[in-house]
Design a protein around this ligand. Structure first.
Ligand SMILES: [Zn+2]
Length: 512
């Protein structure tokens, strides 16, 4: 019994210790299982957090990339549209590639021949047909890459001096028709908005005395403006009735761009030019056009639209002689509308005429506390010319516009070095510059403040970056003409003659 007892005791005690071990073992497993579960839980939480962080980082990175693309205005983006600004083609059908510059490259005026041929144009002469074709081809190539939506053709399609005896009647209209047809054939599916220049008239600075001239112009221009060959589903910029109503009165019209968000006001600023003889009829039409402009601005304001103004001769000062381009009463009315009353509507103004890569500001007095301060309210981009007549290389621009806030972002300029093209009989168009890179700023939009900044930088004594960029661009990389730095500074800054004079008197030293 004792044994069995002992055995039983032994067996009982060994059983108890096995059970205890099992229990310990189970407890350890349970603890391990709990630890593992906690570990898995923690790892799951960490993984989830990491996944969330990764998603957030990717999304914001993606958004940042989109934003950068918008700022640079380079990528094809739904919020950006691009358009070409080309001007002063001045097609000369009398151009002869062997006739020197002193005879305006016209054999009718020449008594000698040049010692080199210039197929694509000669510095100091208007554009031969080969330059017109070549420029339009270059524009077409760039436009395909940049996905351009429309074209601004800001006047002077016809060459200078077409009213001479050898030109014969209607040469101006023939030239305009030829340039317009060539442009239309290269861009059949986007609208082209042409402007009347001082060389697109019955005489130099001679405005038509009836609507016949404008009817003739519309024969060439209506297919471009109304985009007659555009796809059927495309919304037309205007209708023939609306176009004819204003154009036949004085060569001006409106059009809808940027999906109807912007009204393009194409003006005939010749009516306000000091070079035009203002007989009572012209005077009446000059005022009539300003009234039309005011009505258009009122309508745009009511409909919550922005406005882009386009014309040939700008308001402001000719920096060569310090004279106003327009009569002061017209300048006053125009500036009070565009740069005061309705300045909040105006996205930009695109003009030309100077054949220079240049800018103009329209400032306005604003009360800040007790003091009055001149602040930039509107600005004008002046396009360089295709014609090399004023000692410049041919150039055109591609402008980018942001369609949410309806602001300009940037432009890129392309040019042809004419001396090199002539020497090597090989016309090459190349990138000249991009505005935001040439004139860098914290401000990412191309607005009046940005041009004001550029203007101020022109006379920065410790940094000549902007000045050097600006002065070599004026002739689009051809040799700069003699200039007066302060005259250029004051001319860009002031639209009114009195302000320009005051500014010029402030600075005494010429040259620069
Ligand atoms: Zn011109």
């Amino acid at each position: 019994m004792a044994v069995s007892y002992t055995r039983n005791n032994l067996s009982n005690s060994s059983l108890t210790s096995i059970e205890a071990r099992d229990l310990d073992e189970r407890k350890r497993w349970q603890k391990k299982t709990i630890k593992a579960r906690i570990l898995i839980g923690v790892l799951t939480v960490i993984c989830s957090i990491l996944i969330v962080i990764l998603i957030v980082t990717y999304e914001s990175g993606h958004k940042n990339t989109e934003c950068t693309e918008k700022q640079n205005g380079k990528a094809v983006n739904n919020n950006i549209i691009k358009f070409v600004h080309i001007s002063d083609i001045h097609y000369d059908p009398f151009y002869d590639k062997n006739t020197p510059q002193r005879s305006f490259c016209r054999p009718q005026l020449a008594n000698s021949t040049s010692n080199y041929t210039a197929q694509y144009g000669r510095i100091g002469c208007d554009s031969p047909i080969d330059l017109v074709e070549n420029s339009l081809d270059a524009m077409q190539n760039v436009s395909k890459i940049e996905n351009v939506s429309f074209i601004l053709l800001t006047g002077d399609l016809s060459g200078h001096g077409m009213w001479t005896s050898y030109a014969g009647p209607h040469k101006v209209l023939d030239n305009i028709a030829e340039v317009s047809n060539k442009a239309h054939s290269r861009f059949p599916d986007i609208p082209i908005f042409p402007v009347v220049g001082n060389n697109d008239l019955p005489g130099h600075y001679v405005l038509p005395n009836s609507s016949d001239w404008y009817k003739e112009l519309l024969t060439s221009w209506a297919p471009l403006i109304l985009c007659s060959s555009c796809p059927n589903d495309m919304t037309k910029p205007t209708t023939r009735t609306v176009l004819e109503e204003s154009f036949l009165k004085g060569g001006y019209y409106n059009a809808s761009i940027a999906g109807g968000k912007i009204v393009l006001l194409v003006l005939n600023s010749l009516y306000w030019s000091v070079e035009v003889n203002h007989n009572p009829e012209i005077l009446q039409k000059a005022v009539e056009q300003l009234t039309w402009l005011e009505t258009q601005l009122e309508i745009a304001a009511m409909r919550g639209k922005k406005v882009i103004l386009v014309s040939h001769i700008p308001a402001g000062i000719d920096t060569y002689d310090g004279k106003s381009y327009w009569f002061s009463n017209y300048t006053n009315t125009y500036v009070s509308l565009v740069a005061k009353k309705y300045s909040y509507l105006v996205t930009a103004q695109f003009f030309a005429h100077t054949h220079k890569d240049d800018f103009r500001l329209q400032l306005s007095m604003t009360e800040t506390g007790d003091t009055q301060q001149e602040v930039p309210k509107s600005f004008v981009l002046l396009a360089p010319a295709i014609s090399p007549v004023y000692h410049n290389n041919p150039a055109f621009r591609v402008v980018s516009l942001e369609t949410d806030q309806l602001v300009l972002l940037d432009y890129t300029q392309y040019y042809m070095d004419l001396v090199m093209a002539t020497e090597f009989s090989n016309p090459i168009w190349q990138l000249d510059y991009t505005f935001s890179q040439k004139y860098p700023s914290e401000n990412k939009f191309l607005d009046a403040n940005r041009i004001f900044e550029l203007n101020e930088e022109l006379i920065n004594q410790t940094s000549n970056k902007f000045w050097k960029g600006y002065v070599f661009s004026r002739e689009t990389n051809y040799q700069p003409e003699p200039y007066s730095r302060f005259q250029l500074f004051c001319g860009m800054r002031h639209v009114y003659k009195e302000d320009f004079n005051r500014c010029s008197e402030q600075y005494n030293v010429p040259g620069g």
